[in-house]
Design a protein around this ligand. Sequence first.
Ligand code: PLP
Length: 383
Amino acid sequence: MDAKKVHPETVAAQALGWVDERTRAITPPIHVSSTYLRDPDNQYRSGRVYARADNPAFDQAEAVLCALERGAQAALFASGMAAATAVFQALSPGDHVLAPKVMYWSLRNWLMGFASHWGLQVELIEMTDPAAMRAAIRPGQTKLVWIETPANPLWTVTDIAETAGIAHAAGAVLAVDSTVATPVLTLPLTLGADLVMHAATKYLNGHSDLIAGVLVTREDNELWQRIRKVRAQLGGTLGSFESWLLLRGMRTLHLRVHAACTSAQRIAEHFAAHPLVEAVLYPGLPGAPGHAVAARQMKGGFGGMMSIRAKGGEAAAIAVAANTELWKRATSLGGTESLIEHRASVEGAGTPAPPDLLRLSVGIEHADDLIADLEQALRRAHA
Ligand SMILES: *Cc1c(COP(=O)(O)O)cnc(C)c1O
């Protein structure tokens, strides 16, 4: 299949049309070998030596992700965190990096803890404000700008093209955590980003039964080779079965993401003016601060993630989550089942999440059922 001649839905549904030449199987086998045979003349003509560095189980999933993101190369990792931290570990102690104040909590913790201790100069800024970024970036010294859009858990939006322009003018690389947008809605590499990262745990796999991560690069360059070396040496490598599961999950990516977006838009509009709701945070609402930028860089929907601030503060929010029946009280996102989470309880001290905030991951159930369940939970929380 020529990925340039067909739509991304077709690329994903057929996993690039792969057929096993030997058996005619239309789904790939699971390669589990940890090691590869050396040729009698002492060469490794297969190009593979040992499965910590590389594994044929990655080939198909990486090729599909490359095609979907329009990148040059992709690399699977054992988790989203393994993928994200590989980018920072490919830098050198002393390098200056910019990251957002509002971002995925575990990565922010790692940046402020391990990465800072290790010598990276990590500066957290208001990434949605280009003026703040222009003021903070240090030409020649800032090596990486890391953004997440829409960003956990307030779903703030960063303009990828504008940020890429500012980063490149200063000689820095732009990496985008696009987990929430998915390649269905946003293509950061076509907007000027150099690297795109996904927690494949979330929408890409989509079934809450796998931890995985991926990086895709716009070009094969020195930084990319350092990143690949981090994976091979530190061993944050995905397992064979997990690679196979991810490829299977991605076959339905477009259907799932479009279903979640459609329901999320309806749910956001339904609760936006609700008497028991303080505010709905969702970039698809015309009044949302990032709506104009999101409308420009997200195509076909605004994602399946939103937050609701409950009237009555923290206790009311926790009571709403306690009273949902369909919405499952759990962390994570991007699965077929809808999840609800009191975010401040997870993030703890220093969180930008207000105490009354409930994070919602909209699944692919019927939107009417999801709305009815939240309605009854809100009523019972206030009874
Ligand atoms: C889940 C998540 C991660 C981390 O991925 P893991 O697979 O849990 O390590 C990073 N960024 C975002 C936006 C996420 O939602």
